[in-house]
Design a protein around this ligand. Structure first.
Ligand SMILES: [Zn+2]
Length: 343
């Protein structure tokens, strides 16, 4: 357990952006890239967040206009055409998870859409799509490559038409928000009556974090751009405070058995996302005995499927996906810390 003194006093650290409680408990202090950041659990609402210091620069939107991509991603993430090609199969999985929400003529807006690969896949299923992406290079690429309309202004400027989307998607976005309630208030405005908000975030109940506690993975997983670290319950709690009701919130295990074994044995990420998501043997079939390889590869695939199912059925996963519906009444202002019991 970390000492409170390592983080600073309640006076140095901003209060919880969700429940406004000033008190917290430090839980992790080794972040990707060796920053001096600390993750803390809010004593008021239980949300895990990066402890933001009072003297930190405030504008996070500026960071996402380009620096986030160049500082936090490997070289090939700047090769958008390759990124699009690699990400394409995964978008079908996302769409399948959304089930009957995806149907002809539904208007989908994705905020933080990158080069637009999810939107392109959604459009192929008959939906009407548009996006928002602060990184102008990615937005420009998506517009040219897919012909999708992608706005580059922050939604906080309220330039998009209120109530103009049936489904608003936030994939791997909300964890970046320093002020999630304010952000969600602007998101809420965009959803048509009867519409839905879909939120996908990294899951704090990732087995490598919470089941096996692999330190090397945690040093990779906790990263400065992620202000918030959600589990299913805290994601739902934040959305409820922002004026939404949960339709369904579930954990999914994306990375496979081989990826987990790799982390445990080498302490390193796999070479790319495709390898980490793979379900079969991490070997070149051409280099193996052709008579035996398919058989043993099948054993691996069955083991992988069983492994993921077992984790998910026990509430573990590396992402949380939630579907929410805006409530008719706008949310009340955040509670004062006095209204919350400090655990
Ligand atoms: Zn809180």
């Amino acid at each position: 357990m970390l000492e409170h003194a390592q983080v600073g006093t309640d006076q140095d650290i901003l209060p919880c952006p969700v429940c406004a409680a000033p008190a917290f408990r430090p839980v992790w202090d080794r972040f990707r890239g060796g920053t001096d950041d600390v993750a803390v659990t809010c004593s008021g609402c239980g949300l895990v967040r990066r402890a933001r210091r009072r003297n930190e620069a405030g504008d996070t939107n500026e960071f996402y206009t380009g620096r986030y991509r160049t500082e936090y991603f490997a070289q090939d993430k700047r090769d958008f055409a390759r990124l699009v090609e690699r990400a394409a199969p995964y978008q079908e999985i996302r769409l399948d998870r959304l089930g009957s929400l995806i149907s002809n003529g539904v208007r989908i807006l994705e905020i933080g859409c990158g080069p637009g690969y999810f939107l392109a896949a959604a459009r192929a299923r008959g939906t009407i799509v548009s996006g928002v992406e602060l990184d102008t290079d990615q937005a420009r690429f998506g517009a040219a490559y897919y012909g999708i309309t992608i706005a580059t202004e922050p939604i906080e400027e309220d330039r998009l038409v209120a109530g103009s989307s049936d489904i608003v998607c936030l994939f791997q976005v909300l964890e970046h928000c320093a002020d999630p309630l304010r952000f969600l208030a602007h998101v809420r405005r965009l959803i048509a009556p009867g519409g839905r908000l879909v939120v996908e975030v990294p899951d704090l109940n990732n087995p490598l974090v919470s089941l096996y506690a692999v330190d090397a993975f945690k040093r990779f997983w906790f990263q400065r751009p992620h202000e918030l670290y959600f589990g299913r319950q805290t994601l739902e709690d934040v959305l409820v405070r922002a004026g939404f009701a949960a339709v369904e919130v579930r954990s999914f295990q994306e990375m496979g058995l081989v990826n987990h074994m790799n982390w445990m044995m080498t302490g390193e990420p796999m070479r790319d996302r495709a390898a980490a998501l793979a379900t079969g043997l991490p070997l070149d079939p051409a280099a193996a005995d052709p008579a035996m390889f398919p058989t043993i590869d099948t054993v691996f695939r069955e083991a992988d499927a069983c492994y993921r199912r077992t984790l998910e059925s026990h509430g573990y996963g590396d992402i949380v996906m939630g579907v929410f519906t805006p409530q008719r009444e706008a949310p009340a202002a955040p509670s004062s810390p006095a209204a919350w019991t400090i655990r």
